[in-house]
Design a protein around this ligand. Structure first.
Ligand SMILES: [Zn+2]
Length: 116
């Protein structure tokens, strides 16, 4: 699979978000002078991702930013308490795939005809 600059749209609770993977030096990836792997702009409903990241880190960053976007879209945005939201996003970014795979395994075992 080839890395590159791309645009994707998705809907969360009726809000249409736009996700863009951009080059590392893109201004949108800078927050208060710091370089970020990904940034979510709530008021613009936009997410920017560094397309030069290694694939696994890129994936974790996608999940991280999507948790921000979904929590914002569904009114449980915790930006007033960044101490909580950031660790939640980091945790989900690192472990969501694992939780999902394990869930599927359990579902398949408990409902034999379930999809893997
Ligand atoms: Zn974050």
């Amino acid at each position: 699979m080839k890395k590159g600059v791309n645009k994707v749209k998705f809907k969360a609770n009726g809000l249409i978000w736009e996700v863009q993977s951009v080059q590392r030096d893109n201004e949108k990836l800078k927050v208060k002078g710091a370089e970020c792997l990904g940034v979510t702009y709530y008021k613009d409903l936009q997410i920017f991702l560094d397309c030069t990241l290694p694939k696994e880190l890129f994936r974790q960053t996608v999940i991280h930013e999507l948790i921000h976007a979904f929590s914002f879209s569904f009114g449980v945005h915790l930006v007033a308490n960044e101490k909580t939201e950031e660790p939640v996003c980091d945790f989900m970014g690192s472990h969501l795939d694992e939780i999902y795979t394990t869930t599927n395994k359990i579902m398949a075992a408990c409902f034999e005809k379930g999809v893997k």
